[in-house]
Design a protein around this ligand. Structure first.
Ligand SMILES: [Zn+2]
Ligand SMILES: [Zn+2]
Length: 471
């Protein structure tokens, strides 16, 4: 049937690189009906794409449903904007995401509204838009296939990237035609210390499939990762300094707490050294991990280190006044928002202090800017001008993303790959990873999903690539 098949889907990306995740799929049925759905609708964090935050290059009011892969702000931060723009249909997500999303969206709203106040511009959406978004949520169980439309079934599979995260399988069918099967990786990891990542069921491995594959670390293999966090911490404390570790509120914060606990248990971290944990959202998420359990496995339920103090606005000054050696865990992970705005300016100019980033730092964020700053250079941090004297370190050892070799192994499992569309990576990285897939994975085609092209797929695979401009 190939070229003349009247049953096909168009797959598009609204984002170009790592942040602002949003994919739109338009299904064309032989009976003439069109179905549209969106996978994630996140905020752009790369400064270069900031202006795109207020642009939705599709009509939100004719989107039939939305699927959410996980609760990182670059995947969910614009859901309320989509609702504000006219979207009113169901948003399907795992049960855990539905529990986390109220916290995530309310926090994202607070950050957005304070930034827009500072810039004297209108906020992207209101608190009411957040409430309306949450009302659209449809909680789903892992591994259960649900019918979301007459011709469309969806299955959420667990994914090590983050608690509640999923790989989403979308099966589109029409009588008389083979199914069109799409698998969205969202952000992917093959492991997680808090829960087990189940293997992909055989029936999915055997499907003729188009995989929409992330590529954040598509140019790096897992054996290139050096572990330095523990050594950096020990070195700093041995010199009598203060550690400021930047963590993401969800996942990374809890993982670093567990890491510190492990260090204490192994005698690598003196129990007398106080650990301060500052970040309202991070503390609330930690509370959820402990009280609700989310999907955390039993043996990981206790992850808090000894000598831990939760810090808030009122007690922060006491932490800053404490001149003894100590560890401060704080948000935001990229250093641009939250209490990091207080701690980084305070400690960046101090000898013996360590500013330790523990995750990805997007272009233009404070974490990324500090990377290119020399010792003694003057930097602008949180509205202050300071000399960079402290040691600023980065590690990818806790990364929540699979590395290139692990993603290749993931893709190799599938027995009938029609097409792999690479998204969610820097442009250069997407290219490197796409070439590698072509060499190492048994797939007919590989495409680069970005804002410039969309891909038309029918039950037999790729039909064509069309250049598009959303402007
Ligand atoms: Zn993510
Ligand atoms: Zn992401």
């Amino acid at each position: 049937m190939g070229k003349n098949c009247r049953f096909y889907v168009d797959i598009m990306a609204m984002h170009e690189e790592v942040t602002g995740s949003c994919n739109l799929v338009i299904v064309k049925k032989p009976d003439g009906e069109t179905v549209r759905f969106v996978i994630d609708c996140g905020l752009f964090q790369e400064v270069e794409y900031d202006e795109l935050n207020s642009v939705l290059p599709f009509n939100a009011d004719n989107v039939d449903f939305c699927l959410v892969t996980h609760v990182h702000v670059d995947h969910i931060g614009r859901l309320p904007y989509m609702v504000k723009s006219g979207f009113y249909k169901p948003i399907y997500a795992t049960e855990t995401i539905c529990k986390l999303l109220p916290l995530a969206l309310n926090d994202s709203f607070k950050v957005l509204s304070s930034v827009s106040k500072r810039k004297n511009v209108k906020c992207l959406y209101s608190e009411e838009d957040v409430t309306r978004t949450l009302e659209l949520l449809e909680p789903c169980k892992y591994d259960e296939t649900i019918q979301v439309h007459e011709n469309i079934k969806v299955t959420f599979l667990n994914n090590g990237h983050l608690i509640g995260a999923s790989l989403i399988l979308v099966q589109i069918s029409y009588p008389g035609y083979e199914d069109i099967n799409l698998l969205f990786t969202g952000d992917y990891n093959n492991k997680n210390i808090f829960f087990d990542v189940n293997p992909i069921p055989q029936w999915i491995l055997d499907l003729p499939l188009t995989v929409i594959q992330e590529s954040t670390y598509g140019d790096m293999n897992s054996n290139e990762i050096t572990k330095c966090f523990q050594d950096n911490i020990k070195k700093c404390l041995n010199n009598g300094g203060t550690v400021v570790a930047l963590v993401f509120s969800l996942g990374r914060a809890q993982e670093i707490l567990y890491e510190l606990r492990t260090m204490q248990k192994n005698g690598e971290l003196d129990l007398q050294i106080p650990i301060y944990f500052d970040g309202k959202l991070a503390i609330r998420y930690t509370d959820l991990y402990i009280k609700d359990g989310l999907d955390v496995k039993d043996e990981m339920r206790e992850f808090l280190p000894e000598n831990l103090t939760f810090v808030d606005k009122l007690t922060r000054s006491a932490v800053l006044a404490d001149t003894n050696k100590k560890v401060i865990l704080t948000t935001s992970g990229m250093g641009t928002y939250g209490p990091a705005q207080t701690y980084i300016p305070e400690y960046i100019a101090r000898k013996n202090a360590l500013i330790q980033f523990t995750g990805y730092t997007a272009e233009g964020t404070l974490g990324s800017r500090l990377k290119g700053t020399e010792f003694g250079e003057v930097v602008e941090v949180g509205g202050l001008i300071a000399k960079k004297i402290a040691n600023v370190e980065y590690t990818t050892e806790y990364s929540a993303h699979a590395k290139a070799d692990e993603m290749i192994e993931f893709l190799k499992q599938f027995n009938n790959l029609k097409l792999v569309l690479v998204n969610h990576g820097k442009i250069k990285t997407k290219n490197i990873f796409a070439e590698r897939i072509l060499k190492e994975v048994d797939t007919k085609r590989v495409g680069l999903l970005g804002r410039e092209y969309f891909f038309r797929v029918d039950p037999y695979g790729l039909v064509k690539t069309l250049s598009t401009k959303f402007e």
